[in-house]
Ligand binder design. Structure first.
Ligand SMILES: Nc1ncnc2c1ncn2[C@@H]1O[C@H](COP(=O)(O)OP(=O)(O)OP(=O)(O)O)[C@@H](O)[C@H]1O
Length: 304
């Protein structure tokens, strides 16, 4: 079976700036994969490479076994795409745009289109330039799903959607994933959403894929340990590769462990602590710690 999305050493350089740096990805079919990363990390650039909008400087990529550089037409026929900015023909109405799209895609499903339009209340006769951001996203999603895609690529799809539509959006996407075996690849800053809906996450930082883990794995392997040691903090613990950070509040040390927390726990026990407690971490917290480890802001200090 082909990977839904596969990249090997995929790289994009703008003049002397490398926005996507030797990214390797192998995403199986039928999962929801969330791409995280701070502003400017290269998420949109990676998505544009996959969609054949940008040409890679080096490396290769394929969607369902089709090359993103040599078979761009075939890729676009089978991939639903919702871009970060919907710059559709502003002088068209939704009706005119959909009419145009029906002719472009042989796999277009008219019943699905009608059903989606009804769900989203897309105003058919209105100029697209008069659409709100959320309306444009809904129209884009209608188009993306009406082609009955095997892979759906979404660039920050839910920013600008109200909570009701956001919930409807996810319900729809997850139903399609379950019923049609569709694969979803999305970039987002909404970590709570990913935590609920994604199977796997990848973290892009400075164009590089830093981390890749299933949500389940991530939650099972990361913990915060709150410890009181009989003497001061044992410095060797701070240097363990699993330890993301150590904070002190009085005699209580909080050790943030990104992976294999049990191993750190065992090492902590060796110092015969007076007290030790383990706390679960949310994806948002884990992400902020990862970023702080990379020297990106000190946002994690503000986590409540
Ligand atoms: N066409 C371009 N020409 C030059 N530089 C570009 C171009 N497109 C993107 N970049 C640069 O590549 C880097 C990655 O940008 P990109 O839009 O991919 O980030 P992102 O992770 O999607 O960010 P955000 O979360 O803010 O949307 C940025 O430094 C950006 O300025």
């Amino acid at each position: 079976m082909d990977w839904a999305i596969e990249c090997r050493e995929l790289t994009k350089t703008f003049q002397d700036y490398t926005a996507v740096d030797k990214v390797n990805l192998q995403i199986p079919q039928g999962i929801v994969y969330g791409l995280l990363g701070p502003n400017g990390a290269g998420k949109t650039t990676l998505i544009r490479l996959l969609m054949g909008i940008f040409r890679p400087t080096s490396g290769t990529g394929a969607i369902l076994g089709r090359s993103i550089t040599d078979e761009t037409g075939a890729v676009r026929q089978s991939v639903g795409y919702v871009a970060d900015v919907q710059d559709y023909y502003p002088q068209m109405t939704a009706e005119e745009l959909l009419d145009f799209c029906r002719g472009l895609y042989p796999s277009w499903d008219r019943d699905k289109e009608r059903w989606l339009l009804k769900q989203f209340h897309v105003p058919m006769g209105k100029w697209i330039r008069a659409f709100s951001k959320g309306m444009k996203t809904m129209l884009a999603l209608t188009i993306a799903l009406s082609i009955r895609p095997q892979v759906l690529i979404l660039d920050e799809p839910t920013s600008g959607l109200d909570p009701v539509i956001k919930r409807m959006f996810w319900q729809l996407v997850l139903e399609e994933t379950a019923a049609e075996g569709m694969t979803v690849f999305l970039s987002t800053h909404h970590l709570r959403e990913l935590e609920r809906f994604a199977d796997k996450v990848g973290v892009l930082f400075d164009g590089r894929l830093l981390q890749e883990q299933s949500i389940e794995q991530l939650k099972a392997s990361s913990r915060k340990l709150q410890v009181v040691f009989p003497a001061g903090f044992p410095e060797p613990l701070r240097r363990l590769p699993e330890v993301l950070s150590v904070e002190a509040r009085g005699r209580v040390y909080t050790i943030v462990v990104a992976t294999r927390w049990e191993q750190v726990y065992q090492q902590v026990q060796a110092y015969e602590p007076l007290f030790v407690e383990t706390l679960d971490m949310e994806l948002e917290e884990i992400f902020l710690y990862w970023m702080s480890k990379e020297g990106y802001g000190d946002a994690w200090r503000h986590v409540g």
